[in-house]
Design a protein around this ligand. Structure first.
Ligand SMILES: Cc1cc2nc3c(=O)[nH]c(=O)nc-3n(C[C@H](O)[C@H](O)[C@H](O)COP(=O)(O)OP(=O)(O)OC[C@H]3O[C@@H](n4cnc5c(N)ncnc54)[C@H](O)[C@@H]3O)c2cc1C
Length: 402
């Protein structure tokens, strides 16, 4: 590699942006990607639509031993800069509920395409099927060796391997080993933004149904979409609580968070008065999803559902109200790394410069994106971190004075 050669290990969200910024800033950049193609995970984001950022993103949306590490990015390259960057590449965006930003075309593939075009235009060399096993510093430069014995050399190295979430999409956790070999500490790693497994008796019967609810886990609560699945609960509200299940037995849903217990109690008695001879099977039609209503009545012990509404007694109505406001699901764990969207934990951020992402232990070594001990909430925050940390590291690595 030529002067100020920069090897980016991993061609995902953070690696591609790091490569583009490094090349635009004068670096001689090569991306070493383990897969046959770059950016496979980007294609899977936002259910194929790519929730690329969130206009409300701030320090409050990030987690890790030291979430304040993100401030370096907030002050230097954040949402506005990201949107300018993507608009400049031709991505028209739209902002949806909760500040979530998507490409107007609703295609994650468009985001990957423009990154690939920009990398090519700025002279980035992309080498695929190169899974970096080790990085060793020799004198002033680095030697990179792949699992199958290929080698590369560079003056600077940006580790952009992602974490351990969704290994099928390329990120198997090898970045941690590389950073460890330089003496970096890796905090405990847990799957994050992942479905929660619960007792399946109830959820199985209403699988596929989505509703807006306030999900509560211990002292934390999260309002958002909840999806009932074969094995438990999914959806953004559940994802956000998933890192906190340790020590918790139950996750509960308030499926009518806009109403108080008292209001629901009155509503139910009004419904009974208006339709005394409706069967419980159809009692909640128009108020709740019919199947959810049936499952909830069974859960509250109001069977058989062939009964008339008028047969509900006060005690049963109170139990139904309670269930609507606090429907408890016994936790059986989380789904695995394969189903997680991100990793909680990673390379200890105290050992990196928050403005450049450069290692404080090894000159010329940088780490970006999910491999660092920073993870975001559900809603575009993780990609924002990948773009921001990538751009900052790319610019810094290309600076010959760094
Ligand atoms: C299904 C799914 C949906 C998601 N949706 C969203 C969303 O809509 N919005 C959002 O903000 N976030 C979303 N995320 C999270 C987001 O995709 C990640 O936080 C982000 O991609 C992390 O970027 P990264 O560059 O650090 O890692 P990655 O994007 O994982 O990229 C790492 C790259 O490095 C390569 N690699 C790994 N090890 C090596 C090695 N040793 N040598 C060479 N190459 C290597 C991998 O093949 C991969 O291409 C989603 C995640 C998943 C799994």
């Amino acid at each position: 590699m030529k002067n100020n050669s920069i090897a980016v290990v991993g061609g995902g969200a953070s690696g591609l942006v790091a490569a583009i910024y490094a090349a635009r800033s004068g670096g001689n950049v090569t991306v070493l990607e383990s897969g046959a193609r770059v950016g496979r995970k980007i294609l899977a984001t936002g259910n194929g639509r790519c929730n690329m950022t969130n206009i409300n993103a701030g320090i409050q949306n990030y987690h890790g031993n030291k979430p304040k590490f993100v401030l370096g990015a907030v002050n230097r390259f954040w949402v506005d800069e990201t949107l300018d960057f993507f608009n400049g590449l031709g991505i028209l965006t739209k902002t949806e509920e909760g500040g979530k930003v998507y490409p107007y075309s609703d295609q994650a593939s468009a985001v990957l395409d423009v990154l690939r075009f920009a990398a090519e235009e700025s002279g980035v060399k992309i080498v695929t099927d190169f899974e970096v096993k080790s990085v060793v510093k020799t004198n002033k430069s680095f030697k990179l060796t792949s699992y199958d014995g290929q080698t590369a050399a560079a003056d600077k190295v940006i580790i952009a391997t992602g974490g351990k979430a969704a290994p099928d999409l390329g990120s198997k956790g090898t970045g941690y080993e590389i950073l460890k070999s330089f003496g970096h500490k890796i905090t405990d790693l847990k799957p994050s933004l992942v479905q929660i497994k619960t007792e399946t008796e109830v959820v199985k019967k209403i699988k596929g149904i989505k509703l807006m609810a306030n999900a509560v886990l211990g002292k934390r609560s999260e309002y958002g979409e909840v999806l009932f699945t074969e094995y438990g609960l999914s959806g953004p509200a559940v994802f956000s609580l998933s890192p906190y299940i340790c020590g918790q037995d139950v996750i509960s849903l308030d499926i009518m968070p806009e109403y108080t217990n008292e209001q629901i109690y009155e509503m139910i008695f009004e419904r009974i008065a208006n339709r005394p001879k409706i069967t419980l099977e159809n009692f909640f039609v128009g108020m709740l999803n019919r199947r959810v209503g049936q499952a909830l009545l069974k859960f509250a012990g109001a069977e058989p559902l062939s009964r008339y509404a008028v047969t509900l007694n006060e005690k049963e109505v109170l139990r139904i109200c309670d269930t609507i406001k606090r429907w408890n699901f016994k936790i059986a764990g989380t789904m695995s790394w394969n189903n997680a969207q991100t990793t909680r934990g990673g390379a200890l951020t105290d050992e990196f410069n928050p403005n450049t992402m450069q290692s404080k232990l090894v000159n010329g070594l940088y780490a970006v994106g999910e491999v660092l001990d920073i993870d975001g909430d559900c809603g575009g925050f993780n990609l924002q971190w990948a773009w921001s940390s990538g751009a900052m590291a790319g610019m810094a690595a290309a600076d010959i004075n760094e």
